[in-house]
Design a protein around this ligand. Structure first.
Ligand code: ATP
Length: 642
């Protein structure tokens, strides 16, 4: 029924010990079946490859406490064989808050919520939602806090068990396993996996949560990982009930490179100590590659580290050889001069590390790479010499590859350009530069204007826009330029709002002036402005309101500064219909005057029975057949063939 555990995933690892080794074939093991392995960091519980006799391995396992510091380890090199049985993610699972590779503040936030809600005197079940990318330590944090605060974790796997059991878990105490100490009856329910059905129809989940909030007797912790493309699964699942059920949401970030490096270095030091130099210890460059390739996923990084540490494997040797070669070939200037921040933002050397995660970029970061436009200086001999009249165009070498940035943003070049267009002025300090940048953006637009060549020209368009924009910004021409950098908030393109309003206005115009049989453009740019000039009243209120709204654009008071929607650092480069839907309230609030008859409100269709709905003689008359039928009161009789 439920998976009852204190240490959730660790114990699940043990349960799975009968599973055949994943990399047996690759590593020349006696057991040759090759199964889905944890190389990509996907499986939390898959066992690690086996190379020897099972009994021997068992006795070897955990001879050394992995959590003692490296200088406490004294294992003879003779006895040492890499512990290939035990996944290092489990072996080196954090045991204390200090060991967690999670930001201290996040841990404190979770801790304080748990402290508040473990208090049994409080009625009803409180819900905590932990979100963030996969492998950033959400579960590990809860497990460490379980030890510190002394509560049990009752873990529920949605995929395997019926949902009502959540409510039963609420009723009954956790089963006491033989050999377990009787602990205080403090527990939380932890749920990490949700059936796909809930993503399609979250209503069922919401009902259960509502019931839980009313009748719950312990806190419920929900862990939802964002997908690789940055989609917020949690948004799909909990958007509607977050406020209603007072679900407290704590969002985790990917593990920071420095913390990741600490974790990997610690493991390497301990393993190297155990092996007395018999395993290949990855150098700093290789660890850097592992860190960057894991995109902040500590599980993925540790798995890759373990995989790469099997010295027997010729495959591994080849992998490291290629990685080392790569790190060695980096230009010396870069290695020396790279600041803390540029380390994490470089793109060129981001050809994904072996076993690394998909290096897709959140839109926020992708835009930053173009707008902040980092450069590095040429070594004096390499610098290209431009003729004297072009010295204004002299630029240092770009640190980013714009085409790669767009590719990894998972967004079409055109939409990417929209975001650039919205945000670039804030990053410029010279009006001449802005003028030049806007020319490039116009050129990019022009390149894709012709529908027949559009599909071919799209990529050129985005290259012209991004490269043009970067080049035009003379305040970022040199690596050393100290421009007005600093953090600048990014916004979603206002174009999205305008386009949405245009579509809605068009639909409203179509339904209000159906009889005119005009194209949307003609309706909005010819008929409606013309009608707005006429003084005689129109047919009905809806039409009048619409004409006043849309036909008098130039006379309307436009708010000085439009309220723009800020772009979040987790926003994916995908424009989903959902977000557009959300926009509608914001769209309306932009201009309070536009409320009556606004396109966003349900249009009141003309009522042909309404006598006051007659068009006055001075109004243009509809020309459609339907209109003729109306006017002539023509009766169409049914034709009977008999
Ligand atoms: N210093 C560390 N900090 C956090 N986790 C660590 C550390 N060292 C090893 N690990 C291991 O890394 C893994 C982190 O994965 P965890 O299950 O916590 O991720 P998550 O954020 O819950 O994402 P997912 O939803 O994919 O499980 C755990 O197996 C944990 O034991």
């Amino acid at each position: 029924m439920s998976k009852l555990s204190l240490g959730g995933k660790q114990s699940s690892g043990k349960i799975n010990s009968w599973v055949e080794p994943s990399f047996g074939e690759l590593l020349g093991a006696t057991n040759r079946s090759l199964k889905k392995g944890p190389l990509s960091g996907e499986s939390k519980t898959t066992r690690w490859p086996s190379t020897g006799d099972q009994a021997e391995k068992k006795s070897r396992k955990r001879k050394v406490d992995p959590h003692v510091s490296s200088n406490q380890i004294s294992v003879s090199s003779e006895a040492y064989k890499p512990d290939q049985d035990e996944p290092w993610v489990d072996l080196y699972a954090p045991q204390s808050q200090a060991e967690l590779a999670v930001h201290k503040k996040k841990v404190e936030e979770v801790e304080s919520w748990l402290r508040d809600h473990l208090d049994k005197s409080k009625k009803g079940g409180a819900i905590l939602l932990l979100t963030g990318p996969s492998g950033c330590g959400k579960t590990a944090t809860v497990q460490v806090l379980a030890k510190d605060l002394g509560f049990q974790i009752q873990e529920w796997l949605w995929m395997k068990f019926y949902l009502e059991f959540l409510l039963r878990a609420n009723k009954y105490s956790r089963l006491q396993m033989s050999g377990e100490k009787v602990t205080e009856d403090r527990k939380i329910i932890l749920i990490e996996e949700f059936p796909n059905q809930f993503y399609r129809q979250p209503g069922g989940l919401h009902d259960i949560l509502r019931q839980f909030v009313k009748t719950g007797r312990c806190p419920l912790v929900l862990i939802v990982s964002d997908s690789l493309s940055g989609d917020k699964n949690s948004r799909l699942l909990f958007k509607d009930v977050l406020h209603e059920l007072e679900i407290h949401n704590i969002s985790f970030n990917p593990v920071a490179p420095t913390s990741m490096m600490k974790v990997l270095s610690r493991i390497v030091t301990i393993e190297a100590g155990k092996s007395c130099g018999r395993i290949s210890v990855p150098d700093k460059g290789a660890l850097d590659l592992l860190c960057s390739g894991s995109s902040g996923d500590v599980r993925c990084a540790i798995n890759n580290l373990q995989f790469s540490s099997f010295t027997d494997s010729c495959l591994e040797r080849r992998l490291w050889a290629s990685k080392k070669g790569k790190s060695a070939s980096k230009p010396s200037v870069k290695a020396k001069g790279r600041s803390k921040s540029s380390k994490s933002t470089d793109m060129q050397d981001e050809s994904p590390a072996i076993g690394g995660k998909d290096a897709s970029l959140f839109l926020f970061r992708a835009l930053g790479k173009i707008l902040y436009c980092k450069r590095e200086s040429y070594e004096s001999t390499q610098a290209p010499k431009l003729p004297p009249h072009l010295t204004d165009h002299q630029r240092d070498k770009l640190l980013v590859d714009p085409e790669l940035v767009i590719e990894r943003s998972h967004m079409s070049g055109e939409f990417f350009n929209l975001y650039l267009h919205q945000n670039y002025p804030d990053f410029f300090s010279d009006v001449e530069d802005i003028a030049r940048a806007s020319e490039y953006l116009s050129d990019a637009d022009f390149l894709t204007a012709e529908w027949s060549s559009r599909s071919t020209m799209l990529e050129y368009g985005s290259s012209v826009a991004t490269r043009g924009l970067m080049h035009a910004n003379s305040s970022r021409a040199q690596a050393s330029s100290k421009s007005t950098a600093g953090f600048k908030p990014l916004h979603k393109p206002h174009w999205l709002h305008i386009n949405k309003m245009y579509r809605e206005n068009f639909l409203t115009a179509q339904s209000l002036f159906l009889n005119f049989c005009l194209t949307p453009v003609s309706l909005l740019t010819e008929l409606v402005p013309y009608l707005a000039k006429l003084t005689n009243p129109m047919r009905n209120k809806a039409q009048i309101a619409f004409i006043q709204n849309v036909g008098h654009l130039s006379q309307k008071r436009v708010p000085a500064r439009l309220r723009l929607e800020a772009l979040n650092d987790k926003d994916p480069g995908i424009l989903d219909a959902d977000s557009e839907h959300e926009d509608s309230s914001a769209a309306q609030s932009l201009d309070p005057e536009s409320a009556p008859g606004n396109a966003t409100t349900e249009p009141n269709l003309p009522n042909s029975q309404d006598p006051s709905g007659e068009l006055s003689a001075s109004q243009p008359q509809p020309t459609s057949t339907e209109a003729l039928l109306n006017e002539e009161d023509l009766l169409i009789e049914e034709y009977d063939s008999d």
